[in-house]
Design a protein around this ligand. Structure first.
Ligand code: GDP
Length: 447
């Protein structure tokens, strides 16, 4: 994730402010240095970093904190606001009939992003279609078709044609009934005239409502020049940053956004069609700073619940913060989280779990694999209400009975109980975080 370690290092520096009644220039210098270090490591443009530093310094020293605000909270708030300002607004993507064209270099993640976006639109209740015009890369057609299938969305491509403009034209006609047409284009290892000429011709045919530039988060400052060329050729309305799961960078993409005066539309966080998020500046920065993003989590939970067809779909993330955690809760959450994506990513979004706490957990606490999950479900089916509500009653003889009933080894049953215990302990730690901390984070997120 961009600026991955910013949250923890910054929290450390901010913690030094605890108990102080006023902030000195030196305190601010330390904090700004910490932020600069993280941003530069993430490849953020030096000029942008300088502007941000100046903004934080002058505000922290000149502005008066509102009554009742501690210096620590005040500085955190300024840093948060300035960072939100740095990443900018989210690209406007109206939920209506439209054509979106994707541009970018070879391997940036265009084809993947096209299918992901289609999936995203379909979850918003629209009918999307992917049009694949890349006739240069041999595997593009199959890959695109496969991903569109995975996303359960309409697909148009023509593996026998080598004329992208013609494919685009026919694709538009063939997907007339779709609400949103996402046109994927060819890439190259580097920008060249042929690529630019081709995308200009496709653009002229398709007349897209918006063009999105797809950029690999690991790309450095050269993203800026690349963005400028696409901007000159077709005009860039927004950027999709991909592979945020695999890098601590992302600064190149920010530079591209700045260069083209555009904004960020989507974030790609994995290889499956579901690994996409709409970019939300405040949520993004909250998460980065380890404050979590309840809004995104709630969205994911809702979506997962819809897919699970859960009758008692009244599980709220907030429930995890209170009351006792039974095996029934665990089963519900396993189902929901299975639909939401990797558990550790979900956990990252919960305030307070983002930084540090996760690292204290044994690795396999989060490692609920599909296979184990299925076994766990079968095992739970063989348990009584009493056992599900209160797993502590399950001793050796009950374990033997459940093993016979479920056809699963006793070891698996102990594993399930162990897993439950770990999650329960984790939630207890979470509850122990302190009301004040939690409330403050929530308030900040809502502002
Ligand atoms: P294109 O050449 O621009 O169409 O790029 P592709 O869509 O084929 O993506 C290139 C590679 O990056 C593929 O192996 C994808 O699976 C992978 N990829 C794309 N987006 C992401 C992402 O968000 N996370 C990860 N981990 N891999 C991604």
């Amino acid at each position: 994730m961009v600026l991955d370690d910013l949250g923890s290092s910054l929290r450390g520096t901010l913690d030094d402010l605890r108990g102080k009644s006023r902030i000195s220039e030196e305190d601010i210098e330390d904090i700004v240095k910490e932020i600069q270090r993280s941003l530069l490591q993430a490849d953020v443009d030096v000029g942008l970093v300088q502007d941000l530093s100046d903004g934080i310094k002058s505000r922290a020293l000149d502005e008066e904190p509102p009554a009742g605000t501690t210096p620590r909270d005040w500085v955190l708030r300024i840093v948060y606001e300035e960072l939100v300002d740095l990443v900018g607004e989210s690209t406007e993507i109206p939920l209506e009939n439209q054509t979106i064209m994707l541009a970018g270099l070879y391997g940036s993640g265009k084809t993947t992003t096209a299918a992901k976006m289609a999936w995203w639109f379909s979850k918003k209740g629209l009918r999307p279609a992917v049009i694949q015009t890349d006739t240069d890369r041999p595997g593009a057609y199959d890959q695109s078709k496969q991903m569109a299938d995975n996303a359960e969305v309409e697909f148009y491509g023509d593996e026998d044609s080598n004329d992208p403009v013609e494919i685009a034209r026919e694709g538009l006609a063939a997907t007339e009934d779709a609400d949103v047409r996402i046109v994927d284009t060819a890439g190259r290892d580097g920008l060249n005239e042929e690529l630019i000429d081709q995308i200009e011709r496709i653009g002229a045919e398709v007349q897209p409502d918006r063009n999105l530039l797809v950029i690999d988060a690991a790309m450095g400052q050269s993203a800026k020049d690349q963005a400028q060329e696409f901007e000159d050729a077709i005009g860039i309305d927004g950027v999709a940053i991909t592979k945020l799961d695999g890098t601590a960078k992302g600064g190149g993409a920010l530079a591209a956004v700045d260069q083209t005066d555009s904004t960020i539309a989507f974030l790609g966080t994995g290889e499956t069609v579901k690994d996409i998020e709409r970019f939300e500046p405040s949520g993004f920065i909250s998460r980065l700073l380890g404050m979590g993003d309840l809004k995104q989590l709630t969205e994911r939970v809702e979506r997962a619940m819809e897919e699970t067809g859960e009758e008692e779909g009244d599980w709220e993330p907030e429930d995890m913060m209170e009351g006792s955690f039974t095996l029934k809760d665990m089963r519900k959450q396993m189902e929901a989280m299975n639909n939401m994506g990797p558990l550790d990513q979900v956990m990252d979004m919960i305030p307070g779990l983002g930084g540090g706490l996760m690292d204290q957990l044994p690795d396999d606490a989060m490692d609920v694999t599909q296979e184990r999950m299925r076994d766990f479900e079968v095992i739970m089916d063989s348990m009584t209400e009493e056992e599900l509500e209160n797993p502590r009653v399950v001793g050796q003889s009950r374990t033997e009975r459940i093993a016979r009933g479920s056809g699963k080894p006793e070891e698996r049953i102990r594993e399930l109980l162990q897993q439950h215990k770990q999650m329960d302990q984790m939630l207890n730690q979470f509850q122990g975080m302190g009301e004040g901390d939690m409330e403050r984070m929530m308030q900040q997120m809502q502002q």
